[in-house]
Design a protein around this ligand. Structure first.
Ligand code: IMP
Ligand code: MG
Length: 335
């Protein structure tokens, strides 16, 4: 069994959906497993030119790959079933391919209503925080106990380890949210309620020794959605927001924009142990024509895209790992 991980190095919305989709196209995965979060996530995927937004369902479905919502996730059953129907309508055989781990937890309507009252954190109001609280408080409801999911359940242990094809299993772990929103490493309390690091994938039933590649995903500028002040005082940010379509794919809220914080990228790269990094949305700054990044107390102003790419690559190689492979991307569907 081998596994790759896709993990976001900033605040979510960096293009994990795109990277996971591209990796599914180019590899022979037998399983795609979502490893954290719930329907707070919104993954925008362009499949054969058509736009899809998924909240729960991993992108393996677009390629006929078994797609599992792992035990690290929380599931809102109605949202999940609606998503299945939408994909089926678009000709994607989701009913056959999608499974929910028996030990994933359920987001109840009560959790939703409670999260709906949040004013401090700026949550997506999808019930995530209360569902994880009840999971850890040992009073949660698991997927196993919800009859509406009976056709979709899978026991991850049996699925992976009691499988005649064990030696040929190749898993893509698809993360949700991002490093800056991680419950331990993010800017607490302005975080989500799950672990958004590569380590979190391992909590879904796979040992560290199975891991092959860890794909970190970032953007050439940053965005954040939530209650804290994040946006810097630059005139370009309104234009970046419009050009980059930086509006929440789950809630429609405008995302706050800022320049890349290189120190965050470096920390996230170290803690996640990435060996590949995709930096997305290069096309947006190509239009804006400004190439800035925060580093320590400074704002760096690069002369050109090439200068910024060169600097980031050299810094990550000298300060994180000289073997990291970087991809700078400005395409919606391809890396
Ligand atoms: P929650 O995950 O709904 O509890 O929200 C906690 C924080 O994480 C808020 O700032 C949300 O805007 C943010 N958040 C949650 N999911 C996503 C996501 O998929 N993309 C970006 N931000 C997210
Ligand atoms: Mg998103």
């Amino acid at each position: 069994m081998i596994a790759d991980i896709v993990v976001d190095l900033q605040y979510g919305d960096c293009g994990k959906g795109k990277v996971a989709h591209a990796l599914c196209r180019d590899n022979d995965y037998t399983h795609v497993i979502r490893y954290n979060g719930g329907c707070n996530a919104g993954h925008t995927i362009y499949h054969e030119g058509e736009k899809f937004i998924t909240h729960h369902i991993p992108c393996g479905v677009f390629f006929g790959i078994k797609s599992i919502i792992g035990p690290g996730c929380v599931v809102h059953v109605d949202t999940f079933l609606e998503e299945i129907e939408k994909l089926e309508e678009a000709g994607i055989p989701a009913k056959e391919l999608v499974k929910v781990a028996t030990n994933a937890h359920i987001i109840t309507d009560f959790h939703r209503a409670e999260d709906g009252k949040d004013e401090e954190i700026g949550t997506t109001k999808r019930g995530n925080g209360p569902a994880y609280r009840d999971k850890y408080g040992r009073r949660g409801v698991r997927a196993l106990d919800d009859p509406r999911l009976s056709n979709y359940l899978t026991n991850i242990y049996l699925e992976l380890y009691e499988n005649e094809e064990f030696d040929n299993i190749e898993i893509l772990f698809e993360g949700a949210q991002g490093f800056g929103l991680d419950v331990d490493w993010g800017d607490y309390p302005y975080v989500t309620s799950s672990h958004c690091t590569a380590g979190s994938a391992l909590l879904n039933g796979v040992p560290p020794s199975a891991i092959r590649n860890i794909w970190g995903v970032a953007k050439i500028y940053e965005t954040y959605v939530g209650a804290k002040d994040f946006e810097g005082p630059y005139d370009e940010f309104d234009e970046i927001r419009e050009l980059g379509q930086e509006f929440g794919s789950t809630t429609g809220r405008p995302r706050q924009v800022n320049w890349m914080d290189f120190d965050l990228l470096k920390m996230a790269s170290r803690i996640n142990g990435v060996n590949k990094i995709v930096i997305n949305k290069m096309d947006i700054l190509d239009v804006i024509g400004k190439w800035h990044a925060y580093h320590g107390p400074h704002i760096l102003e690069f002369k050109s895209r090439d200068d910024m790419e060169f600097w980031i690559e050299a810094k990550l190689h000298s300060e994180v790992n000289e073997n990291i492979q970087l991809f700078f991307s400005g395409d919606k569907e391809y890396i």
